[in-house]
Design a binder for this molecule. Structure first.
Ligand code: SAH
Ligand code: ZN
Ligand code: ZN
Ligand code: ZN
Ligand code: ZN
Length: 500
């Protein structure tokens, strides 16, 4: 099978060329005979050429003129202000009386009186309150682009659960990597009395957050190449956060885009761990919550063998299909992976989780303990059953097909080509019919209405232009599955064979 594979740790002698999103990643084309053909560099953050079309063969000679043009282009794609400037603007903004506090919806920018002239034809939100400034994830338009939905914000229920969990586990510092809403909730909590102080730092590629947070609270960061944008001070702020207050328990919480590149993420997270370790004993482990769909379990465990997957279903606000509505429980395929002892992570009984004393972990109510597998085996939160021929548990809707000699969906094409689903790797359906539609929708959904009930001005929907601007401002969750490696497809196939 031909494909593209990510190569890590290769650029020691010749550093990777830079795109607007920092150092690019090295990929190899693999041909049908599983032989590497040619290597090339491409953008780490954007899985869509429309968002970043950087491409360079590994051995390509690049002229000085082209290098200069590239540098100029990269510069032109950086934020219009430095973080320091954003902080000054914010201080000025909050000092204005509420009637003069205007947020430009088209530019996603807090405006100062000197900017007003330039934005008169733009859609604006007036009377921005201090409370609104404390909830930037509700003020900012979630980033989208044509192919993919970008930002998936936690539903309040999930965000509150995560925060309560973090507090009850005794953590007093949180490194939020791509979790702006959690960061925001932690900070909001400080305003309530008698709460233990919890420090939080947000690392995210969405630089619009620089408008709301100090350099200690936010770093403009790319988690696919561990690149800190802007001044050196961003990395220094991160290093300080990780290494100061020695002995104060810290946890990292991350909710990355769900495209491929699990290995690139793990590589970055290991660098985060390494920075923290410079101030710790050698065998301490940095506690981590990595939020990701359950069908990535094998690949995450390969990178972090000490992790376990919890049954808790992570819910999102701006995803119609997976909202926890009144009409009953919708299933979300997104889970928490952690190196904490699973039994210490208590899942809420009122949401239907129970404790399995044999597995020593909290599981979904429908997840039954299989005597033969000696585990609560369901991955999707629904009931599973044991197949004695496959010698493993499978989804209830599957049956054992003699011809295929494994468990499959009833209406499968018997003995048919075993090219699996591109999204979950399962061989019983194609990508278009993938039941894991959260991810599918992230890939194919074209547009999504943005809830703006908090906006006082009831203007028409945000223009295409403003969406483009928002996109230009940052890369959000950008992924098509194009770049999932040949290897990982194979692994998925193998996994789905086991799953049968
Ligand atoms: N559920 C989270 C948001 C997850 S959406 C919450 O509610 O807080 C994914 C987040 O990762 C977004 O905030 C997005 O801006 C960020 N992100 C996307 N690509 C990134 C990258 N390459 N590096 C760092 N952050 C990224
Ligand atoms: Zn790029
Ligand atoms: Zn069990
Ligand atoms: Zn079983
Ligand atoms: Zn079977």
């Amino acid at each position: 099978m031909a494909g593209i594979e990510l190569l890590l740790n290769q650029g020691a002698e010749s550093p990777a060329p830079l795109c607007p999103h920092g150092p690019t990643l090295l990929f190899a084309k693999i041909n049908r005979k599983e032989q590497e053909t040619r290597r090339f560099y491409a953008c780490s953050a954007c899985r869509d050429r429309k968002d970043c079309n950087f491409f360079q063969w590994e051995n390509e000679k690049v002229s000085v003129a082209r290098l200069l043009a590239r540098e100029e282009f990269n510069q032109s794609r950086q934020p219009p202000f430095t973080h320091k400037q954003y902080v000054e603007r914010y201080q000025h903004f909050v000092s204005l009386p509420e009637v003069k506090r205007i947020f430009c919806l088209d530019c996603q920018l807090l405006l100062l009186p000197a900017d007003w002239d330039k934005h008169t034809s733009h859609q604006q939100l007036g009377d921005v309150s201090l409370h609104q400034l404390k909830r930037p994830s509700k003020l900012l338009l979630p980033l989208e682009n044509k192919k993919t939905n970008a930002q998936y914000l936690f539903a309040d229920r999930t965000c509150q659960f995560l925060l309560d969990l973090i507090v009850s586990l005794g953590f007093r510092k949180v490194l939020c990597v791509g979790t702006p809403r959690l960061h925001e909730l932690i900070k909001l909590r400080q305003f309530e009395k008698n709460n233990p102080v919890i420090k939080s730092q947000l690392l995210d590629i969405d630089f619009r957050y620089s408008q709301f947070y100090s350099e200690e609270e936010f770093c403009h960061y790319n988690m696919f190449n561990h690149h800190f944008f802007g001044e050196k001070s961003a990395f220094e702020a991160f290093r300080m956060f990780m290494c100061q207050d020695n002995g104060v328990p810290i946890i990292m919480v991350t909710d990355p885009p769900f495209g491929g590149l699990v290995e690139a993420l793990a590589h970055s997270f290991k660098k985060i761990v390494a920075t923290w370790k410079t101030s710790q004993n050698e065998d301490d482990e940095l506690p981590i919550f990595w939020i990701f769909p359950y069908f990535f379990e094998p690949r995450i465990l390969q990178c972090f063998p000490t992790f376990s997957m919890l049954d808790y279903q992570v819910d999102y606000d701006n995803h119609a299909l997976y909202k926890h509505g009144n009409s009953g429980r919708k299933q979300s395929p997104v889970r928490i992976f952690t190196n904490l002892l699973p039994k210490t992570v208590i899942l809420p009984a009122e949401e239907g989780y129970r404790y399995c004393s044999l597995c020593q972990r909290y599981v979904s109510s429908a997840n039954r303990h299989c005597e033969i597998c000696q585990a609560c085996t369901s991955k999707d939160g629904k009931e599973w059953k044991h197949c004695h021929i496959c010698n493993k548990c499978v989804k209830l809707s599957w049956f054992h097909c003699e011809t295929c000699s494994h468990c499959v969906l009833r209406d499968h094409s018997c003995g048919g080509a075993r090219s699996g689903c591109f999204i979950c790797g399962s061989t019983d359906h194609k990508r278009r019919d993938c039941p894991d539609t959260l991810v599918q929708n992230k890939i194919t959904e074209k547009s999504r209405p943005h809830k703006r009930k908090h906006f006082k001005m009831n203007k028409k929907d945000v223009t295409t232009k403003s969406k483009q601007q928002a996109q230009a401002m940052s890369t959000g969750k950008k992924k098509t599955m194009k770049r999932i490696t040949a290897k990982s497809k194979k692994k998925k196939k193998r996994k789905s064979k086991q799953l049968c």
